[in-house]
Each structure stands twice: as structure tokens, then as C-alpha cells.
Design a binder for this molecule. Structure first.
Ligand code: CUA
Length: 303
């Protein structure tokens, strides 16, 4: 019914079908008995309620049957899940890098792509990382989902078993554009994969200024692509004319080295008109003058 595009999809689906089937039986069973009792024990027939106490045989039955049902559900879940934790030694490795709100995939040889391309019928281990908050790497067609947690590397593995293009989604709420955090995974023949990986350019080293910005979490409130977050975006900020409020008085400033320094070390001194005071902390003693220069260089590069 739904595309099963990995070696684990069938087992996961079977566990789902078993649990879903049991749930349907309970839904129909309970509803039927409930309706039947409503009619059978209606007030005109049974004007006086009766107390029923102790029935050992019945109590044993209603304990053992649900126990068997629960163990059955556990069995199918366990059988589907267990092999997902036995990582193959000869698999190909790809690092998944997640950040607000995009995925990128780093291949051996430091090659980076925003699309995950995988050869058909070849085991792949994904090393899941995050640059900021918790995301969750989810490919519905593969029935695979695992969290990307900052500061640690989680792993998943599978074998893509069907040629095609599938969605990668983020399954952990990670902020404003969470629902747009998506990518494509493309499963192709080995020859097509080889051609693609050979043509893929090497990853471009990140500017130092950007690394410092990320390390201090500045990009949580200031975007680097022009998106409006809590505060102004860094894109095009250098050299811009801005209206700020200093000691209650509005005036115009040019965003230059001195202004950026003041904004980082004394964020409440000149508040951009329309933004609240007291939201940003001072980074004096946290971001050095040297790092500040690198940040300014980076701002100049994203005009
Ligand atoms: Cu990343 Cu939700």
C-alpha cells in the first residue's frame, strides 16, 4: 500500500499492521458490547443496579489474554527493530548535518551535498549530527527515524531497496521553519551514483566568523540569510543605515566596526527602533577583539 523502500520497511509495517489490527478488533469489540449493554440493561428492564463481586476465572482470563496480546505486539516490534542495531562493517558512511532549518550530507573525501544520493542495494550507515538544536532525521519510505542531537553522533543503517526519490523530513519540532526542514533522498544504480559522487565538488570551508557566530548561538536570533527571526538578520547589515534609540532618543547610525562592537559588548546601549531592550546579553569577555574582527569580516562578505 505504501512504498517500502528499505530492507527494514517490511518488518516495521508488519508490526504496525499487527498493532493496528488488534486496535481495530478492540474498537469494534468494545463498541459492540457497549451498545448491546445499553439496550440489554436499559432502565425499563433493570430499574435496580446490582453489585457483582469476585469471579476468579474471569479475572484470570482478562489478565492472561491482554498479556498474550501485549507480548505478541512486543514480538513483532522487537523482530523488526533488533537488526536495525546490528551495524554492518562494510557499509558506506555518510554524515548527516542538521541545522535550523536544512539538511546536508557529507560524503567521504569531504564532499557535501544538500541531497542524499544512495546506491541501490548497498548498506549505508548514517552518522547523524546537529549544529544547533535537536532535529530528527526521518525518511518515511525507509521507515527510519532517529534524533540528531547537538554534541553527539547517533547512527542508523539500512539498505535502500527501490530506485526512486523520497522525502527526508525533520520529525522533531526545532523552531519556526521546522515544517520546511526537508530534503530529498535519491536511490540510484551504482554506476549513476559513481558518476554523481565524482562530479560532486568538495565542501567549502566555513568562514571563521560564521563558526564563531554559531558557537555563540547568535544565529538563534539573527539569521544569516535575511530571514526575520527575533532580531535583525546579519545579511546585508554591514554599512546599512539604521535607526536606533539611545537613552530614549532616536537617531540614525551607519553599521560599521564601532557600532558592531558596541552592539555585541553593550547590546542595550543603542537599541534598533522597534526591538525590545534587555533581550540580548553582553558578550564582553566572551567574544574577543580578534573574534570580533572575524565576525566583521564575515558580515562584509554577506552584503
Ligand atoms: Cu529540524 Cu524540526
Amino acid at each position: 500500500m505504501f512504498t517500502e523502500a528499505s530492507n527494514f520497511a517490511e518488518g516495521v509495517d508488519l508490526a504496525f499492521k499487527v498493532i493496528f489490527g488488534i486496535s481495530i478488533c478492540f474498537l469494534v469489540g468494545i463498541t459492540t458490547v457497549m451498545l448491546w449493554f445499553v439496550v440489554k440493561y436499559r432502565r425499563s428492564k433493570h430499574p435496580k443496579a446490582e453489585q457483582i463481586k469476585d469471579n476468579t476465572a474471569l479475572e484470570i482470563t482478562w489478565t492472561l489474554i491482554p498479556l498474550a496480546i501485549a507480548l505478541l505486539m512486543f514480538y513483532y516490534g522487537y523482530v523488526a527493530f533488533r537488526p536495525q542495531r546490528d551495524f554492518p562493517k562494510d557499509a558506506m558512511n555518510v554524515t548527516v548535518v542538521s541545522k535550523m532549518w536544512a539538511w546536508s550530507f557529507v560524503y567521504p573525501g569531504d564532499k557535501e551535498s544538500d541531497m542524499l544520493v544512495l546506491p541501490l542495494n548497498k548498506a549505508v550507515v548514517l552518522n547523524l549530527t546537529s549544529l544547533d538544536v535537536i532535529h530528527s532525521f526521518y525518511v518515511p519510505a525507509f521507515r527510519q527515524k532517529e534524533d540528531c542531537v547537538p554534541g553527539k553522533t547517533n547512527q542508523m543503517w539500512f539498505i535502500p531497496t527501490m530506485i526512486g526519490e523520497y522525502w527526508v523530513l525533520c520529525a522533531e519540532y526545532c523552531g519556526m521553519n521546522h515544517s520546511y526542514m526537508e530534503a530529498k533522498v535519491k536511490v540510484v544504480q551504482q554506476s549513476e551514483y559513481d558518476a554523481w559522487i565524482n562530479a560532486l565538488p568538495k565542501k567549502i570551508a566555513e568562514p571563521e566568523g560564521l563558526t564563531i557566530i554559531k558557537k555563540n548561538g547568535c544565529n538563534g536570533c539573527h539569521s544569516i540569510d535575511g530571514t526575520k527571526l527575533v532580531s535583525t538578520s546579519f545579511k546585508g547589515i554591514y554599512g546599512k543605515e539604521s535607526i536606533v534609540v539611545t537613552d530614549g532618543k532616536e537617531h540614525s547610525v551607519t553599521v560599521d566596526d564601532a557600532y558592531i562592537k558596541t552592539s555585541i559588548y553593550e547590546p542595550d546601549k543603542d537599541i534598533v527602533k522597534g526591538l525590545p531592550k534587555g533581550v540580548m546579553k553582553s558578550y564582553k569577555g566572551i567574544i574577543s577583539d580578534n573574534d570580533l574582527a572575524k565576525i566583521i569580516d564575515y558580515f562584509k562578505s554577506i552584503k
